[in-house]
Design a protein around this ligand. Sequence first.
Ligand code: CP
Length: 296
Amino acid sequence: MIKHFLALANFSPSEIGAFVDRAYSFSLLKKSPDKINHLLKNKIFSNAFFEASTRTRSSFEIAAKRLGAEIVNFSPENSSTKKGETVFDTLRCLENLGVDGIILRHSDNTLINELAPKLSTTLINAGAGKFEHPSQGLLDLLTLKKEFGEIKGLRVGICGDILHSRVAGSMMVAAKKLGFEVILMGPENLIPKNDFKYQDFDKTLPSLDAVMMLRIQHERHEGIFLSQSDYRQAFGMTKERVEKLADHTIIMHPGPFNRGVEIDDEAIEHKQSRIWQQMENGVYARMSILEWASGV
Ligand code: CP
């Protein structure tokens, strides 16, 4: 049976915990590359990104290389996609070229789940429309684990365009599986109708363990009727709002961020920010996924 990594929703709490624990153990081996650089020797993965990416694409590539695997990068801009080849045929091609797994990013919400059963190589979700971004979910969980030890019972606020965010999608799944609270904040028309609490940003901030800021996903909808300065005023992590946080609260953002809109420079570089650590944790989380996918 082919193992696909499509959504945190497909894994049990203990399986998600095992990914996070393995990612944590990889983080402890940062200074000992010789202990891990043979684990995926002779494996070849393909990065098939039909949407732009900096962090996810690079960190999957670095994760593979740290474990001794090779990565073949595919970009639609200079491939046979330009000649009308479908996504399915591209993936079938990569599969038949002999890759051990395909890391797919695509703007479609459902395509990855439709394609996976038709493939005989592992498919890894690197971001699917506004559905889920499960490798981001794991790195966010690793960030919380490194900070607080125990994830269960934490109070995590997410502020911004939650309706169009696959990052929030995976976080909400993880919250239900692992037993932490997620509170949604931001413009009311960008908040999904679900059973998570929707609360006022300024009133909620002082009570959070972590606050995750999200950018407006302009590529997925027509935009929001607030100017950038009005948005910052209402929902931005400004220098003034950082002062309202408890001393233990950490600031998170999946990136890319729009400085001076949903987050100010001072918040990004604040001592309570874990934004750059999230990016580093992305490599460890993706190492745990590639190892699992390889079945070694
Ligand atoms: N967080 C995230 O997915 O970033 P990229 O779009 O740069 O991969």
